[in-house]
Ligand binder design. Sequence first.
Ligand code: UDP
Ligand code: MG
Length: 314
Amino acid sequence: MTSIRYSIVVPCYNEEGSLPELYRRITEVMSQTEESWELVLVNDGSADRTAEMMRELHAANPQVHIVDFARNFGHQIAVTAGMDYAQGEAVILIDADLQDPPELIWDMIKKWKEGYKVVYAIRAERKGETWFKIWTAKIFYRVIYSITDISIPLDTGDFRLMDRKVVDTMKQMPERHRFIRGMTSWVGFKQTGVEYVREERFAGETHYPFRRMLRFAITAITGFSHMPLQLATYLGFFIATISTLSTPIVIIGRLSGSHSFEGQATTLVMVLFLGGVQLISLGIIGEYLGRIYDEVKGRPMYVVNEAIGFEVKE
Ligand code: UDP
Ligand code: MG
């Protein structure tokens, strides 16, 4: 079918500052392989010169292939499109901002040749990121790990190599709210990790401010766990049990003429507490419902303006 061995997939959103250096580093690494490769650049609706620069790179080197989105669809969708178009036997996902060193691809390929189907990069250290980002990320990975049904390796991002088998399986997972690193774990196969030091961003700024990270965390949790939905049930049982047990105590206390159960403040606090719990439970159901609605609509996941350089694409 295809003769391409490696596909390097890079989602790019306003990355004009990093793109030339990224291209240089990746070609440097990949030209050392004796095997064929392609660089799949996904332009996720950038507002800067990213799209133009990609076309220049393609003109200079036909190994550069481009998927140009009609608008911004988000990082995880851009990665998905890259995987859909990638033709290689092994697909490597890497960020455009050079926080993930392309040189690590070597180690990944080595592991792949040993028979591993997924080789993920583990962040041993993060440079140039705020204390807040490092800690929120740490907590995020540990929460996900403890409440989801699958074992997502701690401190890994999307920087990883995947075998064709894994990529083809993931293409059959049509969910719109995607958490790629969880999906690769879900697929299974022999997996391993290689460690690296996460560098500072080469240029530009992060596109994941706190609000977006929170949405991403909710996607990860709702995508892989029903636990939040069950929370209301557990809490309901707990509160119902306590109130059932305390009913006779209250009745007996009242009949015996004790005054220890008077007072509106306690009642008010309890009512507000329960009101809050109910609203949170509704919100959680709403969160899942909204996601079900998005899936049911069945819209295409992304819209491609132009795909350049690929052999055949139906
Ligand atoms: N990205 C994208 N679409 C978006 C946001 C980000 O394709 O809507 C790309 C971005 O160009 C980069 C990668 O996703 O290559 C990771 O983004 P970023 O570096 O901002 O995230 P961080 O490393 O801070 O988590
Ligand atoms: Mg980054």
